[in-house]
Design a protein around this ligand. Sequence first.
Ligand code: ZN
Length: 157
Amino acid sequence: MPTILPIVTGKDTDILHRSTDRVKDPLQSDIQNLLPVMFDSLRAANGIGLAAPQIDQSIRLAVVEVENERLVLVNPKITSFSREKILFEEGCLSLPGQFFLIERSERITVRYQDETGKEKKRKATGLLAIVIQHEVDHLDGILIADRYERDKRKRRT
Ligand SMILES: [Zn+2]
């Protein structure tokens, strides 16, 4: 039986706006036990990405499942953003029924540790790049509703 955690929702919920703590050791049993639960919860919600604050854990950890690719991102950091942007209507499991047109870099490079603690670096484009940027935003306490408002203010000035 998969274990499915409830997803924290609401644009004013405190934990979704907090910056997260680094994961010290991905091999720690609490992290190792959390990973399959995160993937089960993600699938149960029909999502493509889930960040730890969305299951009430304020740590730098996210899982992504998109285009048959499954990624565990421990302490991810985006190290390069392309100047070419794409606009995409994004949803979020924490903001059910809400969609926001968000501008993101079309290509990124992300450094992270995988579930074995190994340091990785990879390039991503298109939907995968969008999802990774969305999840890293979660780890910095930023929701798409916040980013949308911020970009709108920027466009006005
Ligand atoms: Zn989200």
